[in-house]
Design a protein. Structure first.
Length: 413
């Protein structure tokens, strides 16, 4: 059972979570609980690390100490939930990432879990104790605390579920399942009873933050069945159809062409104009960005009509925009382009569905719906099961709602 920030936001909510956990335990289940920091806590901790300022030499990384600070929010909630469970008469103890241990690599701030050594944890649970685990954190081989990237408690939960061979990983959050789009943007969004790993992976990586992308990757590779449900449910009201099950495509009877619409405001668009049109140019640009760990997403290139030059547009995360522009400018003489510019006022809107593999006309519907609303498409990218477009940020909500309706996803009534 994993509980996100809003679900453990204060002592009353923690008491509620404890009652849910106790109810499951009394049914005879053995339980590991993973908790996030209280809502807003991690943001506050991140701001404190920013206030400390960058390293004086400008070179040394202080990300390892960033992790020491931001991982602390989960320690508080794990301890509080264990205390509350004990107050309700249950046997419980808290576990930090390093105590289990959850071994992570040393990419501080966005570390990946390498292994979960769950023997001691499993033995404690077998002994009748509820394990309350601090999410979001692991320990490196050198004994340093590492955090798993924002939203990383989802990944902690799936990794623990896999290591303990749990029957299921229940992710309790502030919505009662995975919806056809973010219910905060479109009230007519519908809860999906089931969604395939592939679709959930695309939804998450294209902006639906209900699950961290890596948690879905891990669930898919380790065959962990994940259920997303609301922590505001009453224990007595739970049934097998509560929430959304993330599972294999084969287990889904209802076939849809498009399952969902996702959006992300986290993109920045970089355009290079007047690039020499010869082999090796893209290689130079993207090697430079890749070496600096910049993730490039959408890419388009086109030959200019009148000269021997080409134009190129690609997107990077907003966080990397300024750094990417510096790297690009440092290549201007060597590569020989005329002009580079960045636009942060963009959003990416995507439609996702495994049905696209076998159906035509999905792109036509998308472009038609956007055209009807006067939304201009700047960049397009596709994969087997998704189409993404980059548009002006101001049109995000309009575009999401238009697409949601165009694919017949709106709730009826
Ligand atoms: P937690 O703190 O429990 O981890 P998050 O805030 O990370 O919760 O994720 C839950 C939020 O994800 C919801 O409040 C909702 O606004 C957002 N969300 C975005 N897309 C979707 C979607 N397709 N279905 C459900 N929720 C979504
Ligand atoms: N507390 C962390 C965050 O806010 C991890 C999580 O909630 O999953 O990103
Ligand atoms: Mg989350």
């Amino acid at each position: 059972m994993k509980f996100g920030g809003t679900s453990v936001a204060d002592p009353e909510r923690i008491a509620r979570v404890a009652r849910l956990v106790a109810a499951e335990a009394r049914k005879g289940h053995e339980i590991a609980v993973v908790v996030s920091a209280m809502a807003g806590k991690t943001n506050e901790l991140v701001a404190w690390t920013d206030a400390a300022g960058p390293p004086a030499d400008g070179i040394a990384l202080n990300d390892d100490e960033y992790d020491v600070v931001v991982a602390s929010g989960e320690q508080v909630t794990a301890g509080l939930l264990a205390l509350t469970l004990r107050a309700q008469g249950m046997q419980a103890r808290s576990w930090m990432g390093w105590q289990i241990p959850i071994i992570a690599d040393d990419a501080h701030g966005r570390a990946r879990i390498e292994a979960v050594e769950a023997d001691a944890l499993g033995a404690a649970i077998d002994g009748g104790q509820i394990a309350v685990i601090a999410g979001f954190q692991g320990v490196t081989k050198d004994g340093r605390i590492a955090t798993l990237g924002r939203g990383g408690s989802d990944t902690s939960a799936v990794a623990i579920a896999a290591a303990l061979k749990a029957i299921r990983c229940d992710i309790y959050t502030d919505v009662d399942g995975v919806y056809t789009t973010d219910p905060r943007i479109e009230q007519r969004a519908r809860r999906l009873a089931k969604i395939s790993y592939e679709e959930m992976l695309e939804m998450a990586s294209l902006g639906a933050k209900v699950l961290q992308t890596r948690s879905v990757e891990l669930a898919m590779s380790q065959r962990v069945t994940v259920r997303v449900l609301s922590s505001f449910v009453e224990p007595g009201d739970m049934s097998d159809t509560t929430g959304t099950i993330v599972c294999d495509e084969e287990e889904i009877v209802e076939k849809r062409i498009v399952s969902g619409v996702a959006y992300s405001r986290d993109e920045a668009k970089i355009s290079l104009l007047g690039l020499p049109d010869h082999p090796g140019v893209s290689s130079k640009i993207f090697s430079k960005l890749g070496d600096a760990n910049v993730n490039v997403d959408m890419i388009v290139q086109s030959r200019a009509r009148t000269s021997e030059t080409a134009n190129m547009t690609f997107t990077v995360g907003k966080r990397d925009a300024a750094r990417s522009m510096d790297l690009i400018r440092s290549l201007q003489t060597e590569v020989g382009f005329e002009h580079a510019e960045v636009d942060e006022d963009v959003a990416k809107v995507s439609v996702i569905g495994v049905g696209m593999r076998s159906h035509t006309g999905v792109a036509k519907t998308m472009f038609g719906a956007l055209a009807d609303k006067g939304v201009n498409i700047q960049v397009i990218s596709t994969s087997e099961i998704k189409i993404s477009v980059l548009i002006e940020a101001a049109y995000t909500e309009l575009a999401v709602r238009a697409l949601h309706a165009a694919y017949g996803l709106d709730q009826i009534g």
